[in-house]
Design a protein around this ligand. Sequence first.
Ligand SMILES: [Zn+2]
Length: 196
Amino acid sequence: MNNLIRRRPDLYQNAPCFHCSTSVETQDHLWTCHPASHLNRRSRLHDFQSIISLARDSLISTLRKKWKSQSLHKHTVITQIYQLQCWELTSLPDALTSVDLLKGIFPNELYSSVHEIIGSHEPTVNLLFKTVYKLQLRLYQFIWLRRCYDFSEWEISQNITTRMKTTKPRRITFAAQDQITPAVHRSQHVTSLHGS
Ligand SMILES: [Zn+2]
C-alpha cells in the first residue's frame, strides 16, 4: 500500500485501509483487518485466527502420531507447544507472534519442542516449514485473494480505472490538488499485488 501511495498519490493519496477505513493497510494489518460491525464486512482477523489455530492443531496432531508413547513428558511437551505465543497476535514483549509465523519466522521454543519429539534436525525443520507453507497457502487462498477481489470492487466504486492506473501520473501542484475530481478525491486507499 505504501508503494502505491508513493507511486500514485494522485489516486491513493492519504488512503486508509479500504476494508475498515480506520487503519493504514500495512502488511500486518492486511491479514488482521477487523471492520466495525456496522460495515457488514468479513473480519479477516477471525479468518486469520482460524487458519493459525488450524496450523497449530494440525502440527500437534502430526506430533501425537509420531510420538507413540503416552508419557507425562509427552503431554508436557505438547502442552508447551500449544501455549506458545507464536499462535497468538498479542504477545509478551519481544515474543514472536502469529504474524511472524506467517512470514516463516518461528521461535526457538517451537523448534526445541518439536525436535524433542521428532528426534533429529532435518525432519524437524521439514515439518515446521511444511506447517508454515500450508499456513501461507491458506492465508493466500482465504484472505489475500478475497482482499484482491474486494479491492477491485472498491476501485470500481471510486471510479479508479485501469487506464487511470496505467497512464503516467500528472505532477500534483498545490493548485492542481484543489481541482482533483471528487471521485479521485474520495480515494480511500490501496495495496499492490506484490505487497504494501
Ligand atoms: Zn483495515
